[in-house]
Design a protein around this ligand. Structure first.
Ligand SMILES: *Cc1c(COP(=O)(O)O)cnc(C)c1O
Length: 198
């Protein structure tokens, strides 16, 4: 189980302290905020972009992050691929699933998933690692669990299709137990680690 410490809106000193205490993986949602903090923190830290990816923000994401959990279109994947420098390791990439009944929220719907997964697998500079989902808040326990199980089923289908995926990114402070029970390999925890955000 990987723990991504979600450090959005946490100051550099708090993040460095978490790093000194042994946490390695950090998650950020806001590009501008992250690019200011990243150089100030121990270079052993591994940075995960977990916010919605806007097309005008792909370049700093490709430059500064090790992971992106929230790719939801071929256009964004192509931009990240083109902007990832050759001297850098491949950008670890997860596809974000749109939650059920979520209107226009960020993410791909199930029918679009296989083509996007194939696309990312074929793009230089990106390495497809798996899926991410963030259920709508306050769904209740049963519906939240159902969302995680749906994601796990799609993740298994990707593996069965021969994709070398190993990451199912799901679970935050409020729902991490349900996510782990449903097969999460990567929880993204902010509040439970750092306390309430400022
Ligand atoms: C903020 C955030 C988290 C962490 O939320 P907590 O409730 O503080 O644990 C996890 N994932 C994403 C995508 C987030 O935006």
């Amino acid at each position: 189980m990987r723990i991504v410490a979600v450090s959005k809106r946490q100051p550099v000193a708090e993040i460095q302290a978490a790093c000194d205490a042994g946490l390695i993986h950090f998650g950020e949602n806001y590009v501008q905020e992250a690019v200011e903090k990243i150089p100030a923190i121990d270079s052993a830290a591994v940075w995960h972009f977990i916010g919605p990816v806007q097309s005008n923000k792909t370049r700093p994401i490709a430059e500064h992050f090790d992971w992106v959990h929230t790719v939801a279109s071929e256009r964004i994947a192509e931009r990240l691929s083109a902007q990832r420098a050759e001297r850098q390791a491949d950008l670890n990439t997860c596809i974000q699933l749109r939650p059920a009944n979520a209107g226009q929220r960020h993410g791909v719907d199930e029918p679009e998933l296989p083509a996007l997964a194939e696309k990312i697998s074929a793009l230089p500079g990106l390495r497809l690692r798996g899926l991410m989902i963030m259920p709508l808040p306050n769904l209740g326990e049963a519906a939240t669990r159902a969302e995680f199980e749906r994601a796990n089923g799609l993740f298994e289908a990707m593996r069965n299709a021969g994709l070398a995926v190993d990451t199912l990114s799901m679970g935050m402070s409020a729902d991490l137990e349900a996510a782990i029970m449903a097969g999460s390999t990567c929880i993204r925890v902010g509040t439970d680690l750092f306390g309430a955000r400022k």
